[in-house]
Design a protein around this ligand. Structure first.
Ligand code: 13P
Ligand code: SF4
Length: 301
């Protein structure tokens, strides 16, 4: 039996389901039960009957899964696979913002720590942020941690006063306008598809801006045959599998070192040992679940 088969056998034995984000290596996506973007995976966690969930992504994803579904054992293959942006929100700034604006909603990108989620009014992901912020009754919206996503949403909702947080994703923020212009010069027929964690100037010169799943959907439905993709390289696995007749050019800087830490070996080890469990302080979890559930409720509307 090869390692992938051993993992599948262990899943049966332990009643475990593997969830994987599009950014992890293709061989992990191939053995997963469910592969998707942050929102799809968070939503899926609610529905799963399995006792154990192996969350193949960065640690905040596993933590969110555990908060949403506290009865499950959520295993994280590599505890050191942290998303740096998740730690880029500041409690003092949230408190100061609440004091400054009476009519304020604190909107927290799912790429954040459980502690930050506990202080916010609602969570969002890149696929639902626009609809959720639009539906909020408050005019003033403090969007943390990701300032780039906030600026992108602000451009779409001019009636809201959107205050961007100071956080950013080094992978997406590292993609510069010049990188895109150079790629466009090399591939003049290609459409540019961009994740909203990219700089606003990059979003503005793109043909389409959307979450990981939205990018895959757009590329699959487009009649265009060639694309420049401004997001993490892991997405190429699904894009190529679903569109063998199309060509995808990724900007070389689009590599998330944390997602790359996950390997088939780490997935196997975490299933065997069951000791890398997502554990969140009960108090924080009780508070954080509100902002996550509110996101899931909004998405159902
Ligand atoms: P998605 O919401 O598109 O899954 O993105 C998550 C993420 O970490 C992007 O860097
Ligand atoms: Fe975090 Fe960026 Fe990696 Fe996404 S790509 S997990 S935002 S560091």
């Amino acid at each position: 039996m090869n390692l992938s088969q051993k993992i599948r056998e262990l899943c049966k034995e332990k009643d475990a389901a593997i969830l994987a984000h599009y950014y992890v290596d293709g061989e992990i996506q191939d053995i997963a039960d469910y592969v998707g973007d942050s929102f799809y995976l968070a939503n899926m966690v609610k529905k799963l009957p399995n006792k154990v969930i192996v969350f193949c992504g960065v640690t905040f994803m596993g933590e969110s899964a555990s908060i949403i579904n506290p009865d499950k054992k959520v295993l994280i293959p590599d505890m050191s696979a942290e998303c740096p942006m998740a730690g880029m929100a500041d409690k003092k700034e949230i408190i100061a913002m609440r004091e400054k604006y009476e009519d304020l909603a604190v909107v927290c990108y799912i790429n954040s720590s459980a502690k930050t989620k506990a202080l916010c009014d609602v969570c969002v992901t890149s696929s639902n942020a626009l609809n959720i912020v639009k539906a909020l009754p408050q005019k003033n919206i403090y969007m943390i941690p990701d300032g780039n996503l906030a600026r992108w949403i602000a451009g779409k909702l001019p009636d809201k006063n959107i205050i961007p947080g100071r956080g950013y994703c080094y992978v997406h923020h590292g993609i510069m306008v010049d990188d895109v212009l150079k790629a466009k010069k090399e591939h003049p027929e290609a459409q540019v598809l961009t994740h909203p964690e990219c700089r606003i100037e990059v979003c503005e010169i793109s043909d389409y801006v959307g979450s990981t799943s939205d990018i895959i959907r757009f590329a699959s439905e487009s009649s265009c045959k060639e694309f420049i993709v401004c997001t993490e390289i892991g997405v190429s696995h699904k894009l190529n599998a679903q569109n063998p007749q199309k060509t995808f050019h990724f900007i070389k800087k689009g590599v998330c070192n944390s997602m790359r830490k996950l390997t088939l070996e780490s997935v196997y080890d975490c299933l065997i040992n069951e000791n890398t469990v997502a554990e969140i302080d009960d108090n924080i979890s009780r508070q954080a679940i509100h902002s996550l559930n509110r996101m899931l409720d909004f998405a159902r509307i």
